[in-house]
Design a protein around this ligand. Structure first.
Ligand SMILES: Cc1ncc(COP(=O)(O)O)c(C=O)c1O
Length: 401
């Protein structure tokens, strides 16, 4: 007899991600699937120089265990970075994590008991869904429009479902590319304070704006200390380094430290020191500018190709930054089925179903433009659009299923 796996797996829905992440490794595949930064633009030389400095004079220390809360100089540097983003905080409010993914996991495990409710945007980041599912949370989907969560809809939902957490990705949201409007940020911060709901503000993409003006984080309006702000160097430096962080109250940070000790003792000292050495020189500003410019162009090419090739009945969002846009097809479209066919044509994307906890959302799909060069974007959209034509025609004739 085999040992049964834990019950919590029963709560975690499957996603297309596992096979999607393998496919971009194959050179003939055009992948609009993963939220991957442009590989060829990583600041390799600067990081090599940073790693040499880290492993140079006092290299031994960088290989030793470090503190669970994270490398002090990097936490201090982040106080300045947060001020630049519009958030005043102290070092003791910051914990470094193994990517922002771990930050989400630690926050969820620190606040959620089985059966607790989380309000999320609909759609929302697929791996955050899985984090909350692994804590056996219940989901309530907040109504959203082109400016993000609609705050007026929240009081009724909060009073009815008594959520512990409201999870939001305010900038160039994953997957929709939508940005939460500034007045809504204030309103949501006020509601969280009024009702005692913890806002988990997940901001991996805010630095990747290529149009419009920066908007302060929701955390900038956090008068009641009800917001845990999460960010990462995955999209602005490199995800392989696995350096993310949380800004929260010192009490919350203490709890996160306990959870992190249980999870992995500490994040890589080497990675944290490398990131610090690299950032300290100020070279990252030019790098971020380079990737912003590249993503602006890639987005422009994707939008133009969609306009040129996509059939009637399909629309898509117009993000001002980040890595994604969100396509909505005609009623009845099954994006998972579209992906199955697209795979045969060596084109990949993520079907909408992955971004809703209840598996709805089949008429949508997410396209990422950051990791594909412009010529391949055009070619991939041309192929995908032909498949969308075929699906639409089948739907119109009633023979799609
Ligand atoms: C919204 C969102 N949150 C968190 C993450 C996790 O990023 P990382 O763990 O690499 O910092 C991602 C990655 O794609 C994301 O899109």
């Amino acid at each position: 007899m085999k040992t049964p796996f834990a019950q919590r797996f029963a709560h975690i829905t499957s996603s297309s991600l596992s096979y999607i992440l393998k496919a971009p490794m194959q050179p003939d595949v055009i992948s609009f699937a993963g939220g991957l930064p442009a590989t060829e633009l990583f600041p390799l030389e600067d990081l090599r120089a940073a790693s040499e400095r880290v492993l140079g004079a006092r290299g031994q220390v960088a290989l030793q265990y470090g503190s669970t809360i994270g490398y002090q100089p990097l936490r201090e540097l982040l106080v300045g970075e947060m001020a630049r983003r519009g958030v005043r905080c102290s070092t003791e409010q910051i914990i470094l994590t193994s990517g922002s993914q771990q930050a989400l996991d630690l926050l969820a495990r620190s606040f959620l008991d089985p059966g607790d409710t989380v309000i999320t945007e609909s759609p929302t980041y697929l791996t955050a869904i899985r984090v909350f599912q692994s804590c056996e949370a219940r989901f309530v989907l907040a109504p959203t429009d082109g400016e993000g969560i609609i705050p007026e809809a929240l009081p009724e939902l909060i009073e009815r479902f008594r959520p512990k957490i409201l999870y939001t990705i305010p900038n160039f949201q994953n997957p929709s590319g939508i940005t939460l409007a500034e007045p809504r940020r204030k309103a949501i911060a006020q509601l969280a304070a009024q009702y005692g709901v913890l806002i988990v503000e997940d901001d991996p993409y805010g630095q990747l704006r290529y149009a419009g003006n920066d908007i302060p984080p929701v955390k900038a309006y956090d008068e009641a200390n009800q917001i845990a702000y999460v960010s990462t160097f995955s999209k602005t430096v490199a995800p392989g380094l696995r350096v993310g962080w949380v800004v929260a109250t010192p009490e919350t940070v203490e709890k996160l430290v306990v959870m992190k000790q249980v999870a992995d003792t500490m994040s890589s000292t080497l990675d944290q020191r490398m990131v610090y050495e690299y950032l300290r020189t100020g070279e990252n500003a030019a790098h971020v500018e380079r990737i912003r410019t590249a993503y602006r162009e890639r987005y422009r090419v994707m939008d133009a190709a969609l306009r040129e090739y996509m059939p009637e009945g399909f629309s898509w969002t117009k993000p001002e930054g980040g890595m994604f846009l969100w396509v909505t097809g005609p009623e009845g479209l099954d994006a998972a089925e579209l992906l199955r066919v697209a795979l045969e044509h060596r084109v990949l994307f993520v079907p909408g179903q992955d971004f809703f906890p209840d598996g709805s959302g089949g008429r949508h799909f997410r396209l990422s433009f950051s990791n594909t060069v412009p010529e391949r974007i055009r070619e991939g959209i041309r192929i995908l659009a032909a498949l969308c034509h075929a699906q639409s025609a089948a739907l119109a004739s009633g023979s799609s299923r």
